[in-house]
Design a protein around this ligand. Sequence first.
Ligand code: ADP
Length: 380
Amino acid sequence: MLAPTLAVIGGGQLARMMAEPAAALGLPLRLLAEADGVSAAQVIPDQLVGDYRSLDLLREVTAGCAVVTFDHEHVPTEHLHALEADGIAVRPGPDALVHAQDKGVMRARLAELGVPCPRNAIVSSVADVEEFGFPCVLKTTRGGYDGKGVWFVRSASDCADAFASGVAVLAEELVDFRRELSALVARSPSGQAAAYPVVASTQKDGICHEVIAPAPDLSPDLAGEAQEIALRIAGALDVTGILAVELFETNDGRILVNELAMRPHNTGHWTQDGAVTSQFENHLRAVLDLPLGSPAPRARWTVMVNILGGPDASVGRLYDGYPHALARDPFLRVHLYGKELRPGRKVGHVNAYGDDLDDCLERARHAAAWFRGDLGNESE
Ligand code: ADP
């Protein structure tokens, strides 16, 4: 039997990284890229270029495909229902995806499921926020990412930006957290699921910066609870593919759900080199309803550090970094996304694995800083 073609909507680095296991498994991909030459368009030859908000284009790219999946969560829900009506399996489906698109819907559903969350309420005026109580966090319910659409507010005068967006706003208690954790699971339509070890992630300015797998010193009880929550959400919401559950570990030893992502996630990039089956491969297996691969770690520790564009964002810098970075550490794993460098933009990541956490941290941090130009490689 010929392998079915899988349609992927969105040409970012997540789609690009799906192409690697797709090639290994002989699974053809067809891409809808938002522009010529974007990250995934460089590596998936079967492609259309255009706007994912056009139903005609979505129909064109999925024609002859049994299954469609996504690089991002922004395809309008009504288009996904239309594709389903055409007989295409949309994975994850629109009724699951809405919980990753809309933080208000997500909070309401998690409350029904009894999943621990920060105290929260939908607010429509500064008076509502005052009643909720300062300090707190305001979030646009839709359209936020990488810290955009999130405001930490201490008084009424801080609230203007949040309400200027015109989108419904969610208020959340300001959680006093020890650190952020992430629980990743893959789930297939027939209900098979695999849970990766729970990881610790560090954010800077709302952008994921560093991930340690597994989370150091996490009690087995909390790790188990985090995995159980992720599996429960995946099952209850009928998620297919990867589900990432971002969590807070509070200083008093509880975990609370921050948000959900229904696609491969930055906190799972370590799995490319640190787990038996990467999140990208398990996403493909899951959406095609193939048996899942083991999520077991291959090494005691894996550290992932993102490479962000530095202040002097010259395009040649990344490749210029190779001679030093690769010679210094023959065990380093480098993943670049083929993106133009811009200050603060995620353009790649490195993974370092081994038995000694401090050594992995040093190697991965050094390499990421080197690529960014923070260690003066421009003078080499
Ligand atoms: P995004 O959709 O941009 O990823 P998040 O809801 O994950 O937005 O928030 C971005 C970051 O802001 C989080 O990673 C966390 O560091 C911080 N944050 C979010 N919600 C809260 C909260 N209720 N209390 C404290 N910090 C928060």
